[in-house]
Design a protein around this ligand. Structure first.
Ligand SMILES: C[S@@+](CC[C@H](N)C(=O)[O-])C[C@H]1O[C@@H](n2cnc3c(N)ncnc32)[C@H](O)[C@@H]1O
Length: 431
């Protein structure tokens, strides 16, 4: 959060909503949120946050009106027409050809608002597959955090103004005119499953071939965006595609997706999740953090790692230092800014060839034990036994390794002394 966006009265208001209404708005950008709150407060002629908090406490129904103001539901059919055309002509045919003849095609419209995006998708899929194949093979998950918007999406009924973006042929083929409204045909609607789902906290879908999330990420806080993108990576099938809105991009999670068309904001699934990505995913799952068994388990592991009597390091699959416990920091003279550095560029990189080790772990996935490794630094010479354990993700891909160091200098020195003593006794050496 920008320091200029920090306002204690506003934070108190967000805290009240989180504690009492079960709604965590802290995931959204503060500047946008404040503008939206002020808009609602102006409608009520309330001019400061403490007074609005008091109003909320006395009028529980206000919560719904506030959410409607905050969660901008604006949507439209074929919004950014060029990009939808690109999807229809390039991406959907690729998905279809990558599948077996009868195989299901799974699509997720995340943040679908009042449904225009979902029905746009349904039209394009039906046009590509033909109605029969569409009905047999397509499953669309349409989710949003806003229940009112979802209700409208389920009804699938739109005014004359709202259907302006739909090509006239598609309008007559896929919609039925009921009085002055256009209703999406119910037979095709049967392939769509609607559900209330919060992208920031709920578990993602899985094995998705096409994930459409447009004009949602822009409202989310930088860190929340990153954790949502990790979820999207998890949700996508190996050959799946992600389709974002025209104003959306990402920088810190670039490795997760490969651009297919930057112009149309279409991406393919990228590299495997890193250790950082897994932590990002875990740190946001579950609303009740204090009692979440997963968080408790992580805490136990963390403590066991932190307070182990042996120096330990974790290196990610690219050979970069991911974390170290206190003993590790002390033994190797590490500093916080060494995290993320290539191990071979640090002093510890002189002990073992971490690159070759990671390659071996990648091939064998078996722990490696190195005995009595000599290490000379400006602090003197010591001997270490090194235990290297591979770390894999649930799919079995290597995401890092744990290095545990046991100082065996005393043992090695006394072994050497015994050896020298024996040789002397046997008259093999003089001194
Ligand atoms: C501007 S609309 C975009 C609708 C549609 N995707 C489009 O581009 O036409 C943003 C939608 O995102 C939804 N949204 C906001 N935060 C969300 C969250 N954390 N999880 C799921 N949906 C969310 C809002 O309720 C709203 O319906």
């Amino acid at each position: 959060m920008n320091t200029s966006d920090y306002n204690p009265d506003f934070e108190a208001l967000l805290d009240y909503l989180k504690q009492n209404c079960g709604c965590d708005l802290t995931v959204y950008k503060r500047a946008t949120l404040m503008r939206r709150f002020q808009h609602r407060m102006q409608q009520l002629k309330i001019d400061n946050y403490p007074n609005y908090l008091q109003y909320l406490q006395g009028h529980p129904e206000e919560y719904t009106s506030l959410l409607n103001t905050v969660l901008i539901n604006f949507s439209g059919f074929f919004r950014d027409r060029d990009s939808w055309d690109y999807l229809a002509n390039n991406i959907i045919p690729q998905i279809i050809t990558s599948k077996q003849a009868q195989e299901k095609i799974r699509v997720w419209s995340a943040g679908c608002a009042s449904g225009q995006e979902v029905y746009t998708l349904a039209i394009l899929l039906a046009e590509n597959l033909g109605i029969e194949q569409y009905l047999q093979r397509v499953q669309i998950f349409a989710t949003d955090v806003d229940k009112d918007a979802l209700m409208q999406a389920r009804q699938a009924s739109y005014s004359e103004n709202e259907v302006i973006g739909i090509p006239s042929e598609a309008l007559s083929k896929y919609f039925k005119k009921v009085e002055q409204r256009y209703v999406f045909r119910s037979k095709l609607r049967s392939t769509i499953i609607f559900g209330c789902h919060n992208l920031a906290t709920d578990a993602p879908m899985s094995k998705i071939d096409l994930l459409v999330c447009r004009n949602v990420l822009i409202y989310l806080h930088f860190q929340t965006q990153a954790s949502v993108l990790v979820r999207f990576h998890f949700a996508l099938a190996e050959k799946g595609f992600l389709f974002l809105g025209s104003a959306e991009s990402f920088s810190n999670t670039k490795h997760l997706f490969i651009p297919v068309s930057l112009k149309h904001h279409v991406f393919a699934k990228g590299e495997n999740l890193t250790l950082e990505d897994h932590l990002l995913l875990q740190s946001k799952t579950g609303k009740k953090k204090a009692v979440n068994p997963l968080n408790a388990q992580i805490r136990i592991w963390q403590t066991a790692f932190e307070f182990s009597p042996f120096p330990q390091l974790v290196v990610d699959h690219r050979g970069r230092l991911f974390m170290a416990n206190q003993q590790g920091y002390t033994l190797f003279g590490l500093k916080n800014n060494n995290l993320g550095a290539r191990v071979q560029d640090l002093e510890i990189g002189q002990i073992v060839n971490s690159f070759a080790l990671m390659r071996q772990l990648h091939c064998d996935r078996c722990p490696i034990n190195l005995k009595n490794v000599e290490w000379t630094s400006e602090r003197g010479t010591i001997y270490l036994d090194i235990y290297i354990t591979p770390i894999s993700d649930p799919n079995g891909s290597l995401i890092g390794a744990n290095f545990t160091y046991v100082d065996v200098t005393h043992y090695t020195e006394s072994q050497n002394e015994i050896f020298i003593h024996t040789q002397k006794c046997q008259g093999l050496i003089r001194k």
